[in-house]
Design a protein around this ligand. Structure first.
Ligand SMILES: CC(=O)SCCNC(=O)CCNC(=O)[C@H](O)C(C)(C)COP(=O)(O)OP(=O)(O)OC[C@H]1O[C@@H](n2cnc3c(N)ncnc32)[C@H](O)[C@@H]1OP(=O)(O)O
Ligand SMILES: O=C([O-])CC(=O)C(=O)O
Ligand SMILES: [Mg+2]
Length: 306
């Protein structure tokens, strides 16, 4: 599938910590979010953006997606973050507290202006908006449609629970509606959905349970605060061997059905029809991205088969 990119793990790295930044090339995550917002104290906001710029300039052998979380555009740091960091060519900007479509449109316009000034392709810088308040969650659909640069929507549960004046629990029951609404907006737009961080870096079972829930709901990746969390998240998002095996059988079955002139067939006592084939195709697309199958199936031909 054109443009399909694995974004299972998006690791935050504080932008004011040279010792952490220098390890970015060796982390095994799909994306890094270098943070200029909440991980950076007010006294270091100015120094951090220059540190991040220097780091990005020197990081020529780029082996993962590099995003920078700027401060919100309605703070005195947001615009300056963009001005300093964009010439160092991050892949995209994580926009925190993206509460309205208008604030994303403003970022889109600024990015276009910087791209013209830097003489790079218009649309080069992507946007990952963070929906992390009641207002942001309510506006999820408008936000998803506010810029063609948006490649995914992210849910931010720490600020969301603060905005709701509630505590965040280990099981996350209080997040369910917001998590789902962000997901619907992303799926309706056909973009990825990235789940929130799990703050207890010593609780790997809790991280696994939360990641499994997010995957079951439809999220395709998770933000992380510690490199030790990467492995668990990759393990959860990897398709399981039996799922890949079944998906291959489904594709074979539907091809047989076509030869018989029908769009529905039984496989192991269960009906295989168009939606089953779509789900199998998704499993195989993900398996291909994980290197678990050698060839990418021709989804158009397969779907045309029904
Ligand atoms: C709600 C939000 O906005 S979340 C986004 C903003 N927050 C962040 O960016 C926080 C990033 N994470 C961290 O700062 C830390 O992982 C903490 C505070 C959560 C936990 O800290 P610790 O318990 O000290 O971590 P831990 O003992 O696992 O650290 C081990 C090593 O990994 C490094 N490390 C830990 N987290 C990170 C990270 N996110 N990026 C890069 N390196 C890291 C540490 O520097 C340490 O390196 P060292 O062995 O060379 O000294
Ligand atoms: O989950 C995240 O990406 C971190 C965050 O900003 C939040 O939860 O408020
Ligand atoms: Mg936040």
């Amino acid at each position: 599938m054109a443009g399909f990119k694995l974004r299972r793990s998006l690791l935050y790295v504080p932008g004011n910590m040279p010792s952490m930044l220098q390890n970015i090339p060796i982390f095994n995550c799909d994306s890094v979010i270098i943070d200029l917002e909440d991980a950076v104290p007010l006294s270091e906001k100015d120094a951090a953006r220059h540190l991040v710029k220097r780091f990005l300039m020197n990081y020529t052998d780029r082996n993962k997606e590099l995003l920078v979380r700027i401060n919100p555009l309605d703070t005195k740091w947001g615009y300056e973050d963009l001005r300093v960091v964009l010439p160092a060519m991050p892949d995209g900007i994580r926009l925190p507290k993206a509460d309205t479509p208008e604030i994303v449109e403003r970022l889109d316009t600024l990015l276009t202006e910087f791209e013209e000034e830097l003489e790079v392709e218009i649309g080069r810088f992507g946007i990952l908006p963070s929906l992390e308040s009641a207002l942001g969650v309510i506006n999820a659909v408008g936000i998803a449609n506010s810029s063609e640069r948006i490649f995914a929507l992210a849910f931010g549960a720490e600020d969301y629970t603060a905005s709701m004046e509630i505590e965040r629990s280990r099981g996350g029951e209080e997040l369910f509606n917001a998590r789902t609404r962000v997901l619907w907006a992303a799926k309706a737009k056909g973009i990825q959905a990235v789940d929130t961080i799990f703050a207890d870096v010593s609780d790997m079972e809790g991280l696994r349970a939360e990641t499994e829930l997010a995957k079951r709901l439809g999220y395709t990746g998770k933000c992380l605060v510690n490199p030790r969390q990467i492995e668990v998240v990759h393990d959860v998002f990897a398709p399981k061997a039996h799922e890949v095996e079944y998906a291959l059988q489904v594709i074979e079955a539907i091809q047989r059905a076509r030869q018989l002139g029908t769009g529905v067939i039984a496989l192991g006592g269960k009906m295989v029809d168009a939606p089953v084939v779509k789900r199998a195709a998704r499993v195989l697309r993900t398996a291909y991205a994980h290197g678990m199958v050698d060839t990418l199936i021709d989804e158009e031909a397969i779907h045309g088969a029904q």
